[in-house]
Ligand binder design. Structure first.
Ligand code: PYR
Length: 497
């Protein structure tokens, strides 16, 4: 019998640089890898999502829609995949249904094929409308289970959620393990449970690698029937990122499974990003392996967020207390999985609790989470904290789908964008402004200046390396270099730090 083919989603162009280097990679550093990625034989190429969209306009002066169209052009044979925050789209609030429809329609029109639709609370009502829109656009609607561990999360519960997603029209199910909490046995049990209950629905498994256990989880997932797994090319893998693509290929050799990926192409992709990665070293996290996440449940991105909030308050030394507070706040909120935006909401409230006393001050977002304005969680919310949230927010809890309370807003969003300097009148610009209204107006003004690469140049890296070497040898004083930028030679002097 020939081995069963396991599809692979390559995440280097989205989640890998999001997780490893704060989403800072510029499009120009990805372009040269695209032909090899396109020809390597991946099931899909993940390349777009909330954080990449945000970073494009916030840090890189890059139009995220142009980025998507460029990927489409450079990878004509690939399924392009994005991560969509359900009713939140790529932003942090719920949007009214027509905005959801418009966003999906425009993303499809600009080249997107596979929409991985998730909701931070796993509330199916928050995914339904986006999934419908994806199907209407004739694209692949992937329903997502965000994986977490808690007293209320069980294998049976996850299998039931998969059924709800299938009933909503999901063409495949993603098991999304953003914090590397998915151990091998539950991976096996959940996937076996879904396959046994619902037959041959496609299952995609997404794991981060931070706890060190999840390459084994991918193997067990495959043994249980998983169809597609997410990995990152080795030079963009591990730490808070993902398992290496080439390691998956090697792991499956001699088993009943194969990826059929083209190793020569993988080597080229690996070499490309091995050259690029050092440019972004200043954005990298120091974490390699952390099994403490099994108790704190804090994904890498959330930890660095809380660290910077604490430092800004001159309380950088209190991170341990905050890490202990997070599981408590999570339990009070009904055990939501921690992923955008629940990770930010729970993390910030944990910081407030440590700095000001437990629930002495509630953030507006945390009050909304406690009152149901982000949707339903699996667990019961702490009634005492609900009372505090009611008193502070001066509103009552809700049980309806949050977006049902929203009024039509598309026309208003169109007129807001029309008034902005540099906005070009397209629906894409309306959506960019709708997603990130605090950032988009500044981006529209500077867009014509073109993309900005925040990575270091080869000359800067060489100068830094030389300065470090001299420092190690005890040589002080500036070192002079001649560097060539845009064809012109400049003399620069680098002082040891
Ligand atoms: C995002 O929504 O951007 C995540 O990575 C979860």
């Amino acid at each position: 019998m020939s081995p069963r083919k396991i599809g692979v989603t390559e995440v280097a162009l989205r989640d890998a640089h999001q997780s490893l280097m704060a989403t800072r990679m510029a499009m120009e550093d990805m372009v040269d890898a695209c032909a090899d990625i396109d020809a390597a034989g991946f099931w899909s190429v993940e390349c777009w999502g909330g954080a990449t969209f945000d970073a494009c306009i916030r840090f890189l002066n890059e139009d995220p829609w142009v980025r998507l169209r460029t990927f489409r052009e450079l990878m004509p044979n690939s399924r392009l995949q994005m991560l969509l925050r359900g009713q939140n789209l790529l932003g942090y609030r719920h949007y009214e249904d027509m905005v959801v429809e418009k966003f999906v329609e425009k993303s499809a029109e600009n080249g997107m094929d596979v929409f991985r639709v998730f909701d931070a609370l796993n509330d199916p009502r928050n995914m339904a409308r986006a999934m419908q829109a994806v199907k209407k656009a004739g694209k692949h609607a992937q329903g997502t289970i965000c994986y977490t561990i808690s007293p209320v999360h069980t294998v049976e519960g996850y299998v039931k959620l998969a059924g709800q997603l299938i009933d909503m029209g999901a063409e495949s199910i993603a098991l999304k393990d953003m914090a590397a909490l998915l151990q091998p046995q539950p991976a096996y049990d959940i996937i076996k449970g879904i396959k046994d209950t619902y037959g041959d629905i496609q299952i995609n498994v997404h794991c981060h690698s931070t706890t060190g256990v999840t390459l084994v989880s991918l193997m067990k997932a495959i043994e249980a029937g998983a169809d597609v797994v997410d990995t990152a090319i080795s030079s963009m893998s591990l730490g808070p990122g993902h398992n290496p693509t080439e390691s998956l290929v090697a792991m499956l050799e001699g088993t009943d499974y194969t990826t059929d990926l083209d190793m020569e192409r993988l080597v080229k992709i690996r070499d490309h990003f091995a050259n690029i990665r050092p440019k972004y070293a200043e954005f990298e996290s120091a974490t390699l392996v952390d099994t403490g996440i099994f108790s704190s449940q804090i994904p890498g991105g959330m930890l660095s967020n809380m660290e910077s909030q604490l430092k800004a308050q001159g309380a950088g030394d209190r991170i341990r207390e905050v890490m202990e507070e997070v599981p408590r706040v999570k339990a009070d909120a009904g055990h939501p999985p921690l992923v955008t935006p629940s990770s930010q909401i729970v993390g910030t409230q944990a910081v407030f609790n440590v700095l000001m006393g437990r629930y002495k001050v509630l953030t507006g977002e945390f009050a909304d989470l406690m009152l149901g304005y982000y949707g339903e969680c699996l667990g019961e919310r702490n009634p005492e904290v609900i009372e505090l949230a009611k008193a502070q927010a001066k509103k009552d809890p809700i049980t309806v789908r949050p977006a049902d309370l929203l009024k039509p807003e598309w026309d208003e969003l169109v007129s807001q964008a029309q008034g902005l300097e540099g906005a070009d009148g397209t629906e894409e610009d309306v959506l960019t402004n709708a997603m990130f209204p605090g950032v988009a107006p500044g981006f529209f003004k500077t867009r014509a200046e073109g993309p900005k690469n925040v990575g270091k140049t080869a000359e800067q890296l060489a100068a830094e390396e030389e300065a470090a070497k001299r420092k190690a040898q005890g040589i002080s004083g500036p070192v002079k270099y001649n560097v060539t930028i845009a064809g012109r030679s400049h003399s620069v002097s680098v002082e040891p730090a």
